[in-house]
Design a protein around this ligand. Structure first.
Ligand code: NAD
Length: 269
C-alpha cells in the first residue's frame, strides 16, 4: 500500500512513523515543518494545508491518507482564526485533494472534544450527536461532516477517529477513562488504513480502559484489539488525589468544558 500521513512531524505522527516503519511500500510524510530523519520507504513533503495543489500532488498514487495535521488543541486565546484555517479549511482541502487524486480512503483524526459536552454518566457510541466543547471541538465536528459528505457524495472510504488523550501514560482521573497509549494509537491507525471495504465509520481512539465511557464497537469492526489499560496506573494516580476542576467533572470533554466561561456559567441541560 501507498500511504500519506499529514502532520507527520507531530506527536502522533512521529510515533506512528516509527512503529509502522517498513510496513508500507511508500509512506509519504507531509508537514509544514521539517520532518526529521526519514525511515524506510518514507518520502518527505513540506506543504501547508492551505495549498490544495500541493496536497493533490502529494496524494498522487496514494491509497490511503491519514490526516493528522492541524491545530491539535484549543489555543489559549484567539482560537477561531487558527482553527478555522487549519482544521476546517485545511481539512476540506485534504478531502477535496483526495477526491481529485483518486485516493481510496481517508482516516481523519477527529477528537472526543467533538462530543465533549455529553455527560460522563452517558456511555457514548460513534452515533452520539455532536456536542462540541470548544472551537477546536467544532472544527472536529466539521471535519467529520466533511468526511461523511465525501463518503456519501463521492464514494471515498472514510474513518473518523475520535481520539481520546494520547500520552505515554494517563495523567489525571479523566485519563483513566479516555487514555490511548502510543502503541494502541498506532494499531488503531494501522487497522483503519488496512480494514477491508468500508463506507464511513466513527470510532474512538482509546485503550482497553476499565473505566471506559465510550462503547467502541465500531473500532472492533475495524479489527482493533487494544492491549493497554489506563487502570494499570490508577493506584499511583489516585494516591496523588488526581484533582479535577469542579466544572470539568460532569463532562466527557473535561477541562475544555470548564474554562473560558466568562459570565455565562456552564450550559447544563
Ligand atoms: N494528541 C492527542 O491527545 C489528540 C487527541 C485528540 C485528537 N488529536 C488529533 O490528532 C491529530 C494529531 O495530534 P498530535 O498530538 O500529533 O498533534 P501535534 O500538534 O503534535 O501535530 C500536528 C502537526 O500538524 C502540523 N500542522 C499544523 N498545521 C498545519 C498546516 N496548516 N499545514 C501542514 N501541517 C500543519 C504541525 O506542524 C504538527 O507537526 C490532530 O489533528 C489532533 O487534533 C490528538
Amino acid at each position: 500500500m501507498h500511504v500519506l500521513i499529514t502532520g507527520a512531524a507531530g506527536g502522533i505522527g512521529r510515533v506512528a512513523r516509527r512503529q509502522l516503519a517498513g510496513r508500507y511500500a511508500v509512506l509519504r510524510v507531509l508537514d509544514r515543518v521539517e520532518l526529521g530523519p526519514l525511515g524506510p520507504g518514507e518520502e518527505a513533503v513540506i506543504a501547508d494545508l492551505a495549498d490544495i495543489a500541493a496536497l493533490e500532488q502529494a496524494m498522487a498514487g496514494i491509497d490511503c491518507v491519514v490526516h493528522l495535521a492541524g491545530v491539535a488543541a484549543e489555543p489559549e486565546s484567539n482560537a477561531w482564526p487558527q482553527v478555522l484555517a487549519a482544521n476546517i479549511a485545511g481539512t476540506h482541502n485534504v478531502f477535496e485533494a483526495a477526491r481529485r487524486a483518486g485516493v481510496r480512503r481517508v482516516v481523519f483524526a477527529s477528537s472526543h472534544h467533538a462530543v465533549g459536552y455529553h455527560r460522563r454518566s452517558q456511555i457514548l457510541t460513534g452515533a452520539a450527536v455532536p456536542r462540541p466543547d470548544s472551537y477546536y471541538g467544532v472544527s472536529k465536528v466539521a471535519g467529520e461532516a466533511l468526511g461523511r459528505l465525501y463518503a456519501d457524495k463521492f464514494g471515498l472510504s472514510v474513518v473518523s477517529l475520535r481520539i481520546g488523550v494520547f500520552r505515554p501514560r494517563p495523567l489525571d482521573i479523566r485519563h483513566l477513562s479516555v487514555w490511548v497509549s502510543p502503541r494502541d494509537m498506532t494499531e488503531l491507525l494501522r487497522c483503519s488504513i488496512e480494514a477491508p471495504q468500508l463506507h464511513y465509520v466513527v470510532a474512538y481512539g482509546m485503550s482497553a480502559n476499565t473505566r471506559a465511557i465510550w462503547d467502541n464497537r465500531e473500532a472492533s469492526v475495524l479489527g482493533y484489539r487494544p492491549v493497554d489499560n489506563a487502570e494499570d496506573y490508577a493506584a499511583e494516580l489516585l494516591a496523588d488525589g488526581a484533582p479535577e476542576l469542579e466544572g470539568a467533572k460532569p463532562f466527557h470533554g473535561g477541562w475544555y468544558c470548564a474554562w473560558d466561561l466568562g459570565d455565562h456559567g456552564l450550559f447544563i441541560d
